[in-house]
Design a protein around this ligand. Structure first.
Ligand code: ARG
Length: 467
């Protein structure tokens, strides 16, 4: 039977099954540094307002620093049977320094403590995630830059649609990732406020200085309502949602890499270091990084829904259900941290088969819209031009050829406004180059876009780093 710190009003010890169910130390131990930082700030503030003596504060701070050092050197294990990381640290502190350790929890509750710890822990993780996703985005942009003139088919309905460039296609993802980074920065800024001092739910009778502990911990402000401070976990949901959106984007790119690396597409070859083999089929080279990214996206989505569902029926303020937030957000963060470096390496080392992309773009009548556009320049209304171009595509399919190889007589039999200059319109590079519109696929437009996204990224990473 476990001995609990709160057992003064109890006549019986906690049943072992209950202690096991109640315990979160197994997973919340990873917040030890945040918990210790929060306690140091709290003790420092308590001494400043006269609730602790300077001597007591020094003993507490020294004890806490010793605990942190011992955890980090591996000499202190999380095995004192404590219920959670907060109890673990406090019990260990009291075992080490005696009386002053018992005063640390003055004017505080585990409810504001856990909310503080989680915000601090998340702030550190967001810095790492931002750097990783920034690196991925930089890599995607670098590959795009090498392929601003690499023609490939653009798709709708997974049917060849119009010619684009590989650089243009990849830059679509760079834009998505930049928005994902902006969402993370935004969530991080909103999360960086201090719940400390809310105590259980109704603050405290001691003359605490919440602004001081907030500042010591690098928070931008103090939370304005003590009930909100301990009851809400919207900051956890926001990060899970922002990372879900990011994973959704990454999963779409994964799906494309999987398609592109198939023999049917053969647009890219994944580097040996980023592919895997089969235990039975010697010829296989599998895109496991992309597949696992797609697969793990589902579990990130699952946690988001789990968090929302866990929250939706909770009366204010704290309920123990909230302990469930941690495994969810920890796994979301761990999953993204696992996936992104491998994915970045896969993209950086991708062998792009430019000739295959060009063949696919030239073979799929992706220039049929350009033919219609050509007829429009000759005064034909677009709807009629569309019909002429469609009829010529049909002719090509019947005769096993492509538009750019049709003799002029065939064009003229369909529409007598067509002249020799049509071939210049049908050339695949010309089709792309003519779409030199901001946001478009022409090499010049993609070059301009790359510069714009790079500067957006630089601003974002600076502001994320400054938090
Ligand atoms: N382990 C708890 C959690 O993660 C800490 C807060 C416990 N508070 C309480 N009143 N039981 O939520």
């Amino acid at each position: 039977m476990a001995k609990m710190m709160w057992d003064g009003r109890f006549q019986k010890a906690t049943a072992a099954d209950v202690a096991k169910m109640n315990s979160s130390l197994g997973f919340d131990q990873r917040m030890y540094a945040a918990d210790i930082a929060g306690s140091i700030a709290h003790a420092t503030m308590l001494a400043a307002v006269g609730v602790l003596t300077d001597t007591e504060r020094d003993a507490i701070v020294g004890g806490l620093r010793g605990i942190q050092a011992d955890i980090e050197s591996g000499t202190l294990a999380f095995d004192n049977g404590a219920e959670d990381i907060h109890m673990f640290v406090e019990e260990e502190l009291t075992a080490r320094i005696g009386e002053p350790g018992k005063k640390l929890h003055t004017a505080r509750s585990r409810n504001d403590q856990v909310a503080t710890d989680l915000r601090l822990w998340m702030r550190g993780e967001l810095a790492t995630l931002t750097a990783m996703i920034g690196e991925l985005t930089t890599t995607v942009i670098a590959v795009a830059e090498a392929h601003t003139s690499t023609v490939m088919p653009g798709y709708t309905h997974l049917q060849r649609a119009q010619p684009i460039t590989f650089g243009h296609h990849l830059m679509a993802y760079a834009h998505m990732f930049v928005r994902d980074l902006a969402r993370l920065a935004d969530a991080g800024a909103r999360a960086n406020v201090s719940p400390l001092g809310a105590a259980a739910l109704a603050t405290t009778t001691y003359p605490i200085d919440r602004a001081m502990s907030a500042e010591l911990l690098g928070f931008d402000a103090v939370m304005g309502n003590s009930i909100d401070a301990v009851a809400d976990r919207d900051y956890v949901v926001e990060v899970a949602a922002a990372l879900s959106l990011f994973m959704m984007h990454l999963s779409r790119l994964s799906e494309e890499v999987i398609l592109w690396s198939s023999a049917e597409f053969a647009f890219v070859e994944i580097d040996d270091a980023y592919a895997t083999g089969s235990s039975i089929m010697p010829q296989k080279k599998n895109p496991d990084v992309a597949e696992l990214t797609r697969g793990k996206t589902s579990r990130v989505f699952g946690h988001l829904l789990g968090l929302l569902t866990m929250m939706k029926n909770l009366p204010l303020a704290y309920n123990k259900d909230l302990q469930e937030d941690k495994e969810a957000i920890f796994d979301v963060v761990d999953t993204v941290r696992l996936v992104v470096p491998a994915f970045t390496g896969m993209i950086a080392t991708l062998d792009v088969r430019e000739e295959r992309m060009r063949e696919a773009a030239a073979g799929g009548f992706t220039n049929a819209t350009n033919l219609a556009d050509y007829l429009v320049t000759k005064g034909v209304p677009f709807r009629e031009a569309h019909a002429h171009s469609g009829a010529l595509v049909h002719y090509c399919i019947e005769h096993g050829t492509v538009l750019e190889d049709l003799p002029l007589e065939v064009f003229q039999a369909e529409s007598d406004v067509i002249e020799d200059d049509v071939y210049g319109f049908l050339d695949i590079d010309a089709c792309v180059a003519r779409r030199n519109i901001p946001g478009g696929p022409a090499p010049a437009a993609v070059v301009a876009d790359i510069a714009a996204v790079r500067s957006e990224l630089a601003t974002l990473r600076i502001s994320a780093g400054a938090q």
